[in-house]
Design a protein around this ligand. Sequence first.
Ligand code: NAD
Ligand code: UDP
Length: 336
Amino acid sequence: MRVLLTGGTGFIGSHTAVELLAANHDVFICDNLCNSSRETLTAIESITGRRPVFFESDIRDARAMRGILGDNGIEAVIHFAGLKAVGESCVKPLAYYDNNVSGTVTLLEAMQATGCRTLIFSSSSTVYGTPQKLPLTEDHPVGGVTNPYGRTKLIIEKILADLCAADAEFSAVCLRYFNPIGAHPSGLIGENPNGIPNNLLPYVARVAAGVLKEVNVFGDDYPTPDGTGVRDYIHVMDLARGHALALQYAAGRSGWDAINLGTGKGYSVLEIIRAFEKACGHPVAYRIAPRRAGDIAANWADPSKAQRLLGWRAERGLEDMCATAWNFQQRLLSGK
Ligand code: NAD
Ligand code: UDP
């Protein structure tokens, strides 16, 4: 299939590009490089032997999007492009609504204009807000989101549902990711955020590498077994495979759907630090810090819908997630 990956040079998009190229799809990437670099294209080519067709372009550029979709006969879009820093979204909400929500509307208009009617959307477990029960199933109520970033995900999910209701041929699948971590086993692609990382794993990796001093563990008084926050960490390679399967699923149907991509198992912050220590072979310094505003105590997925509809389930464990993240971090430091 001829597939456009918006945000395809980013963390999850690049791993998905590798997976799709291996499955013989024709991969096109459009990214404005606000949080990634062109070098990722060379890394993807080194891994797969094929280079995606790349457009340095913004999804809010209506004319460019129509051109990319129309000129290349794009049959489906996997929509990763977006800003994703929760804290920044509280400081610059309009930038998030503009980039994520307006950008998606522009992309959808271009898809409509060019007759492309299949979309996979990068949603998030954040749309569930504070869980009323665990594990989270897709029919758990959405809403109660505590920050503008999360609200953009929720709004986009609703826009896609409205579009599917209005256009009987449109197919939209919202993949609700839990916490993607890890890297490709080659160490050539992985998660490398600009500045100080917001997310736990890249922060832990940089402390382990001696780039940052210590991990701030945000709260040890949650109602969890060791008092620290519990999340469902999922290997980015498993997540990438989920996209390839979701693409087949979405292409063969119409209408709106939402599917969790998680493992079904939660780990605490301290368990993650311990697992990373094993992977890197030395202690990782940490201190207990105050809770982070807007955090929930725990969430993890019920991934059975993905198994049922896509034949997907997570296969890689925490050890592999930490080992590959550490491998990637070391390659970054060595500059190779
Ligand atoms: P990322 O920042 O590595 O990738 C996003 C890519 O989108 C970047 O390459 C960036 O340059 C590009 N981009 C941003 N705005 C753009 C625009 N207007 N036009 C074109 N390109 C643009 O992030 P990621 O971790 O790979 O996340 C991909 C998607 O998954 C995002 O939508 C994110 O919100 C969502 N998501 C991520 C997580 C996570 O923990 N990583 C969890 C749930 C959902
Ligand atoms: N966390 C932490 N220190 C950090 C970053 C995160 O203790 O520097 C905790 C956070 O409170 C949560 C878990 O790690 O319990 C995962 O946070 P992350 O930001 O990676 O993902 P989120 O689940 O918030 O999307």
